[in-house]
Structure formats: C-alpha cells, structure tokens
Design a protein around this ligand. Structure first.
Ligand SMILES: [Zn+2]
Length: 330
C-alpha cells in the first residue's frame, strides 16, 4: 500500500523521465547527459554550450543551499517559478500551451517539439532560458546584459561569467577534483581551530584552519578556479582568494610571497603554485614575523544573496587522504 502511494505521488508530481534520469545514473553519465543537452541547445541557438552550462550550474548550486527553492530533480538545475513560466497574468499557473504562455509573456517554451512547454522537462527548461538570452544576443557583452536583466545582481553575473570561462578553458563539466594546499613531502601540522576566538587571520571568529609549516613551503590551489583576489590585508597579510566552479571561495592568507606571474583573473587547477607559507599580516604591507609561519586556509560559500564561512578542516583531511592514496598508486 505504501509503495503504491509513493508511486502515485511520484507520478503526480515528477515526470517519470526526470525521475529515472537523475536517480539511476552515475555522476559521469549525468555530466555526459548534461553536455549533450547544452550541445543540443548550441546547435539550434548558437549559444555556446559553456554559457548554458554556467547558468545551469549556478542555479543548481543556489538551489542546493537555499531552503526557499525546491531542490533540482532532473538533469538541469535551472528553476522557474510557475508564474514566471506561464506568465504573471496567466490565470492557468500550470499552463503548458506555448501559445497562451507566449501571450501572457511567460518564459516557458517547447524545446523538445512535443507541442508542450513543460516546466519539468529538461529540454524545455534549457530552451526557455536560451530563449531569454536570444532576446539580447549571444556575444559576451549581450550575454552579460541578459544575465543582469534576469538576476539584477552584479555578483551573480560575475560568478556565472567565471564559471563559463572555466568550462570553456577546460572543455568539460567535471571540475570537482581537489587537492591539499601543501605538497607531500613537507612537514606541517594542523588542528581543527575553526570558530576559535584565538588564531590568526579570520574575518570575525577564526574562520579557517591554520596549517603550520616552515617559511617557503609551497602553497597550491586546492581546486579548479579563478584567482579573484590577490594583495595585502591588515590581518591576512599577503593573501590570495580563488573561486571554484561550485561557487566556493578559497582563501589563503599570511603568504610569504606569491608565485611568479600570478595574477587576478588567472585560471588555476588543483596543484597550481600560488605562493609559499609565511607569517605576514597584523600591520602595514610587508609586516612579517608577528606569529609562527602558517597558512591560514578559509572556505566561504555564496547562496546568491550573501556569503558565509564554513569549516574547511574535514575537507582538508579528506583531500590529504586522497592525495596520499593517489601518490601510493603511482
Ligand atoms: Zn588562521
């Protein structure tokens, strides 16, 4: 009885194709399916696949951290409110007829050619967003305007453009690989110091993990991403900020110096050298030696409205372990 009820509920609320697609596929297969969809949109609209991928990924990541939005169930992550899909003045919020939706200025279109604009269909969803972009154009500046008109938030536009650059640069969707910030073979120690009132370099409480090591030990990017910030901060000293594809901001502080040629806007991958361990900070630019040398490593998340810090310690432990496993396989 219970099983029957569940099946009925599923049939009522989730289209069977969506349900089958996201539950039974491996991560690799999901990336492949997504890429097929983006390429399909590109073929028809000439919108580069990495633009669609960036919007889709942004929306999915926002939904995963916001409680006021339903979680993504299908292959795509873009979310439309029913009234946005059907049109604000449309008396039928569940309208699937492309013509009446168009009449009421709804965003929903029929992308897969079945005669319906279905708010739960991956292809219809992607083509609906693509259609919004086409109102402005597909070169970079026009795409940015389309994004701004849609989100009305500069930061969101910037984040989506960064994602698009990363996808274009690496030519694939799976950019989740991570590595420990210090290379193997160097001595270092770290403990779980997140949230402590003591420690160096947090913005408010101690927002990060201090990894103690000698001066000059190499510091590397932990993720695929883009260098978003580089320079001096009174407390952080010489520091670097990198935003990854999942909109997580990785913060490296108290550096002795930067890797040669490192610049803001540069694309990095796990293991790219960004600087070395030092003890800079707590004074005017160049101040050093007020505390033992260490890397302050922080992680921040953005939900489309605000940014907050979370504890990097369990991730550091995991990346350290995976690095060790990979090294032993070589
Ligand atoms: Zn610290």
């Amino acid at each position: 009885m219970r099983i029957l009820l569940c099946s009925l509920l599923l049939l009522a609320f989730i289209s069977p194709t969506c349900f089958a697609s996201s539950k039974t596929l491996s991560d690799e297969e999901i990336f492949q399916k997504r890429m097929e969809l983006y390429k399909r949109v590109e073929t028809v609209t000439n919108i580069p696949w990495y633009y669609m991928a960036a919007v889709d990924h942004y929306e999915r990541s926002i939904r995963s951290v916001r409680n006021d939005l339903p979680k993504a169930k299908g292959i795509t992550g873009i979310y439309f409110k029913p009234e946005q899909w059907s049109g604000l003045l449309n008396p039928d919020r569940k309208d699937v007829h492309p013509l009446s939706i168009q009449f009421f200025n709804g965003i929903g279109v029929d992308g897969n050619g079945d005669g319906k604009a279905n708010i739960n269909d991956d292809v219809d969803i992607l083509f609906s967003f693509a259609n919004h972009i086409l109102n402005y154009g597909i070169d970079e500046d026009q795409f940015k305007i389309a994004l701004w008109e849609y989100y009305k938030r500069d930061k969101t536009v910037g984040i989506i453009m960064e994602k698009a650059r990363l996808y274009k640069h690496f030519g694939r969707l799976d950019l989740n690989h991570k590595t420990f910030p210090l290379p193997r073979g160097y001595n270092y120690t770290y403990h779980n110091t997140w949230g402590d009132s003591r420690g160096w370099g947090g913005r408010r409480i101690h927002e990060g993990t201090d990894i103690f090591a000698g001066y000059g030990v190499p510091v590397r990017s932990t993720s695929y991403g883009i260098v978003e910030m580089k320079g001096w901060n009174k407390f952080g000293g010489w520091r670097v900020g990198i935003r990854d594809i999942n909109n997580t901001y990785h913060y490296f502080a108290h550096l002795n110096g930067f890797a040669k040629g490192l610049k803001i806007g540069q694309i990095v991958k796990p293991g790219t050298l960004i600087g070395s361990v030092g003890s800079t900070g707590y004074g005017p630019p160049g101040t050093s030696g007020k505390f033992p040398p260490h890397l302050h490593y922080g992680m921040y998340k953005d939900n489309g409205r605000t940014e907050w810090s979370f504890d990097p310690y369990p991730y550091l432990k995991q990346w350290e372990r995976l690095d060790r496993i990979r090294a032993s396989k070589k």
